[in-house]
Write a protein that binds this ligand. Structure first.
Ligand code: SF4
Length: 345
């Protein structure tokens, strides 16, 4: 899909085109090319402009690339829960924290097929599977390939997240027909040490490179509301947008605070700050699918509506997101109806 954003379009349609903040931000979006060279001060100027200007600009860009009334629906299933050796401080699946979550084996194929079929019948077009591993063994990969092929046979796009991936494993998954591999950056490089110590930021970038090189589509985003500063949120966006290719899907998670994890009890994020992050992500990565992920369960409908206005165009659907709660399917259907949104085919 060609990039069509340009400064003229943005300023000429803006009712506030003589507003300095709008023209600065529009200029920073460049003239027709996706950018991979964002500087922190540019992102700060984009992000901190008046809220209405930021949303107007993001919505305008969004409409140049997508039908603004369509939302892509993904469903996420945990295929191997708990017992993870990593120490991600937000995660109830880590063995380092006592959250009462047990360790389970890899799900068998029939349970995955049943879940995929139910997701498709509920309107999902993509089925994502997550396993709590630091990195899969080659044997794990063979077993997951069987699951990927079974889900493809149900007519769904496939995405998996298994931890760090070697180049040859990525190639094997691509050859087996996998569509997307998810590997999040989680935070800015500066805040990363506060989030996880058992895996380096560079190791995450290396996995993303292996995924891209294999020709798989990347799903990569992060989590906000972990006690980070606004500059850390900008730093995360900078890392995502400055990857050699913008991720095809960008999940933006709002921390779900789970008792027993070190991040339980951190100060909650202002929801308008979350909306700003969505709008800035849309403005910086105008062709990516931008997904509202964890954290929707505690978000009211008005905030979610603002997120769609800010350019979010994908959600996780289904009452469980790995191990935490997600809005009830009926509640999402009602929200879609109230907003006139349609599932993307
Ligand atoms: S986020 Fe993933 S890698 Fe980190 S502890 Fe949880 S399951 Fe393991």
């Amino acid at each position: 899909m060609p990039a069509t954003a340009n400064t003229d379009t943005i300023t000429s349609k803006s009712p506030a085109s003589n507003d300095r903040s709008v023209s600065i931000a529009a200029h920073q979006l460049g003239a027709g090319n996706l950018r991979h060279d964002w500087q922190l001060n540019e992102i700060r100027a984009l992000y901190t402009q008046p809220f209405n200007d930021l949303l107007w600009q993001a919505q305008n860009l969004h409409r140049q690339h997508f039908n603004a009334n369509q939302v892509q629906i993904s469903t996420l299933l945990s295929i191997k829960t708990g017992g993870c050796p990593e120490d991600c401080k937000y995660c109830p699946q880590s063995v380092h924290y006592n959250t009462g979550l047990g360790r389970e084996k890899l799900l068998d194929k029939q349970r995955v097929v049943d879940a995929a079929r139910a997701a498709r019948e509920a309107g999902a077009s993509r089925f994502c599977m997550g396993a709590a591993w630091r990195q899969p063994t080659d044997r794990n990969i063979d077993k997951v390939i069987e699951l990927v092929q079974a889900v493809r046979d149900e007519g769904l796009e496939t995405c998996i997240t298994l931890g760090m991936l070697k180049a040859e494993q990525a190639h094997k998954l691509k050859a087996a027909g996998l569509d997307y591999y998810n590997h999040n950056l989680d935070s800015s490089p500066e805040y990363y040490q506060q989030v996880i110590t058992t895996r380096t930021y560079q190791e995450r970038l290396d996995t993303l490179e292996n995924v891209r090189e294999a020709g798989l589509k990347t799903c990569c985003g992060g989590i906000i509301g972990m006690g980070e500063s606004r500059d850390d949120r900008l730093g995360l966006l900078q890392q995502l947008a400055n990857l050699p290719e913008h991720p095809h899907s960008v999940p933006i998670n709002l921390l779900v605070q789970v008792e027993g994890t070190p991040m339980h009890g951190v100060e909650e994020l202002d929801e308008l700050e979350f909306v700003r992050t969505i709008a800035a992500a849309r403005s910086m990565m105008p062709e990516s699918m931008l997904r509202l992920s964890a954290g929707r369960e505690t978000m009211n409908d008005a905030t979610q509506a603002l997120c769609f206005l800010a350019g979010a165009n994908s959600i996780f659907y289904g009452e469980q997101l790995l191990t935490t709660a997600n809005p009830a399917t009926a509640a999402d259907q009602q929200l879609f109806q109230r907003l006139g949104l349609q599932p993307m085919a």
